[in-house]
Design a protein around this ligand. Structure first.
Ligand code: GLN
Ligand code: ZN
Length: 761
């Protein structure tokens, strides 16, 4: 019989119960046992929700207090020495310490999980590292479910994904030297499962969608051969997701595992190859319901895939499944009580996806005629979506067709623009500026919340925001900054703020998704063609500019960042959606210019995050991403100075694309790496102006003039001094005014000192 499964379920709780309990535990308000109790309630609810929906294979150990990779490190005993475990088991205090650190013990690093907005805690590897089972979590959660009457399929991260995604903390050894000891503990873990009477275990190996070298491929073979030899009888469902297996598909067909999961949402093209390579006895778990997006599944399309599988290998060994864990989508659409009914009818969150999977499974098992009603409903949904005037707007389509190559380029080359801008702006050398936001004090946030709930009238709210802007301008003038910003008091979030003013965007009330630990985000939904009903930022910036002689930068979020941090429509290419966003931002840029604004910053902190997992796809992505930035920024006169900002510090592999963006000035994060990243800019001979951040805004400590001068002295050794700007690493919205003022005063002094000192390349 065909079965149904999901690879994992959101663990945040319907009303973010896990966040609330976790944060209370951190503050010492509740005991460890209270937090454990909350966690048990969430797990039980999740299991029962899946069971009641009719899912036949339910996972356990998909719960986590913080992150599943961190859980693996703890399970395997890969505890970095600074958290000295002294053979004791890791309690929750120590667990959270590893994730969050303290002043005296730095946290483990965190990084993005493939191309999701979820962040995992990076395993640390040391020479001759020992591993041993150091947690009981997967076993006790299995038993907990069993006691509740549900026999689950426990899930763990596979040894190669674990090993390949970790970081070597010492030199002089290869990560593969750890494979053998690692496999030994994995074997023990599997053995314990077997003893507990587990029938199937789910082992996640998303690393199989990456380009693997021959050593990694061999390690895969070794690992799974070892498991089948050492723990015979325990059945492994090996899962891959987030993309195609590409040439790893032949590797995977050689692995001695009885079950395999493939992502047919991201990579439907791998179906025929999979069918020809996989033995008929392999249980095939087909990921046909999208675990990465919030759209309803189109049943006819999913059934096409499933029916091909059934035709070729029967339905005995088929599992209908989500493409990946449902961790990456919000929990329950039913909680959205205020949403437009048509939009709501197009969506499906985790709980709704369970039903979709079960319906599809039924269709496979008993034929389409067994679910005629559901199929008809589904067809109607897609018809209304396809025909909706909110989704397809003729004028937007026309405009896209009429973009001309000239729209992607500034009128003159940077050299010429730079000269014109210098004549017009008359800035000193080493001009000082900031990245946009100033401290969002509690009164600002409270006013925004009241305005949103209708408690505060629009004019009162605007008056208050204008006071904040005036205050920010006065403070900057007093500090002596050269290029000012309005401070962004009116913005909650750099993407939400713009999305709320654009057509084609929708927002949820409760659509939270875990980003990391207890940090959840509520991404906007881009459902339709993007239009700008009215100017978005002009009034605020114009007001700020009216208060000062110094130039005030207009401040916008770039098209790629808006795209990256939203749920994106799946009925057209991402690049097309990005171009639509670029066009409305282009209008805003031009309106700012027309309002007399001389400099406009277009933030793109997410360009790098958008890089596809497979390197072979990087160029295609970078090409359209850069084009979108240029479409946004190129409609202005040569004299208008375009800034951009990025807050990460790895540029080596994308420096060409950054240069192609052709912003007149780029500000970047640089202080944490002690300006080392500038080597990339030097080696490439980056031509335009650049503001390497001279202090880390994420740290509450106030940098001294000397700290910042030293960094600037490093900068002048690698960059032409006349191209250097002086600014912090990122926006200041999370900081307080006092520290900010002190830091910026010192920054201005450092810039002044640099103007005197003649050191250069
Ligand atoms: N202009 C934004 C700010 O200063 C930029 C934020 C960011 O780079 N993430 O807050
Ligand atoms: Zn930033």
């Amino acid at each position: 019989m065909a079965q149904s499964s999901v690879l994992g379920y959101p663990r945040i709780g319907p009303n973010r119960e896990l966040k609330k309990a976790t944060e209370s535990f951190w503050k010492g308000e509740i005991k460890e046992s209270d937090l454990e109790q909350k966690a048990r309630e969430i797990r039980l609810l999740n299991w029962n929700t899946q069971k009641n929906a009719g899912i036949s294979i339910i996972s356990s150990n998909d719960f986590s207090f913080y992150d599943q990779m961190l859980d693996m490190s703890v399970l395997l005993g890969a505890i970095p020495p600074r958290f000295a475990a002294d053979g004791k088991s890791i309690d929750l205090h120590k667990y959270f310490l590893m994730a969050r650190g303290l002043q005296s013990v730095p946290a483990m690093e965190m990084t993005k999980w493939f191309d999701t907005n979820y962040h995992y805690i990076v395993p640390e590897f040391y020479k001759n590292q020992k591993f041993r089972i150091s947690s009981n979590k997967p076993f006790s959660e299995y038993e907990e479910a069993k006691a509740a009457g549900i026999k689950t399929r426990p899930v763990i991260i596979g040894p190669l994904t674990y090993l390949l995604l970790g970081k070597l903390k010492e030199s002089g050894f290869s990560r593969f030297s750890l494979l053998e000891p690692l496999l030994e503990v994995y074997k023990e873990v599997l053995f314990k499962f077997k003893q507990l009477d587990v029938e199937w275990v789910q082992i996640d190996e998303p690393a199989l969608i990456m380009n693997l070298n021959s050593e990694a491929k061999q390690a895969f073979l070794d690992a799974y051969r070892y498991f089948s030899e050492k723990v015979p009888g325990l059945k492994i469902m090996l899962t891959t997701y987030f993309g195609p297996l590409s040439d790893n598909i032949s590797l995977i067909s050689q692995l001695p595992v009885p079950g395999l999961h493939l992502d047919f949402v991201r990579a439907p093209e791998q179906l025929s190859k999979a069918l020809s390579l996989l033995p008929k006895s392999t249980v095939l778990s087909a990921g046909v319901v999208d675990g990465r997006n919030i759209w309803k599944s189109e049943f006819s399309k999913a059934l096409e895939v499933l029916e091909v599988i059934v035709k070729s290998r029967g339905k005995e060994n088929l599992i209908v499944s989500s493409s990946c864990s449902l961790l990456h989508v919000p929990l329950d659409l039913d909680l959205e009580t205020n949403m437009e009914p048509d939009l709501k009818s197009w969506l499906s969150f985790a709980k709704q996806k369970l039903r979709e999977i079960v319906t599809l499974q039924k269709a496979v098992e008993h034929g389409r005629q067994s679910v005629l009603k559901e199929l008809a409903e589904n067809e109607t949904v897609f018809k209304t979506r396809r025909e909706s005037k909110k989704v397809f707007v003729q004028s937007v389509r026309e405009r896209l067709k009429n973009i001309s190559p000239a729209d992607y380029s500034r009128k003159s080359l940077f050299r010429i623009r730079q000269k014109l801008q210098r004549e017009k702006l008359k800035l000193p050398s080493f001009p000082t500026t900031t990245i946009g936001s100033f401290p969002q004090t509690p009164d600002v946030r409270a006013a925004r919340a009241k305005y949103k709930s209708g408690e505060l009238a629009k004019d009162m709210y605007e008056k208050l925001m204008k006071e904040k802007i005036k205050d920010a301008i006065n403070r900057q003038n007093e500090i002596g900054i050269d290029v000012l910003v309005h401070g962004e008091p009116e913005r909650n979030d750099m993407v939400e703020y713009f999305g709320e003013m654009l057509d084609g965007f929708a927002f949820t009330k409760n659509g939270w998704v875990q980003s990391y630990g207890s940090r959840y985000v509520k991404p906007p939904i881009i459902f339709g063609d993007v239009q700008r009903p009215r100017k978005m930022t002009v009034e605020w910036i114009k007001y700020a500019q009216s208060l000062t002689e110094k130039p005030v930068k207009g401040m916008l979020t770039g098209p790629i960042t808006i795209l990256q941090w939203s749920f994106v429509r799946n009925d057209q290419d991402r690049s097309l959606t990005a171009r639509q966003i670029a066009l409305v931002l282009r209008d805003e840029v031009q309106d700012l210019e027309a309002a007399g604004i001389k400099m406009i910053q277009i933030d793109e902190p997410a360009i790098r995050e958008g890089l596809p997992v497979q390197k072979s796809e990087w160029q295609t992505y970078l090409k359209w991403a850069v084009e979108c930035f240029r479409l946004t920024s190129s409609g202005v006169k040569d004299e208008t100075q375009i800034h951009t900002h990025m807050c990460y510090s790895e540029f080596n592999d994308i420096i060409e694309a950054i240069a192609e963006m052709d912003a007149d000035v780029i500000s970047i994060e640089a202080s944490r790496s002690q300006m080392e990243l500038l080597d990339a800019f030097k080696a490439f001979k980056y031509p335009n102006e650049i503001g390497p951040g001279v202090y880390d805004v994420h740290s509450p400590s106030v940098p001294t003039q000397e700290d910042m001068e030293n960094l600037l002295k490093k900068a002048v050794k690698v960059l032409p001094r006349e191209n250097i700007w002086v600014n912090p690493d990122c926006g200041l919205k999370t900081r307080g005014w006092e520290e900010t003022t002190m830091a910026l005063k010192a920054m201005v002094q450092a810039a002044k000192a640099m103007r005197e000192c003649k050191v250069s390349v």
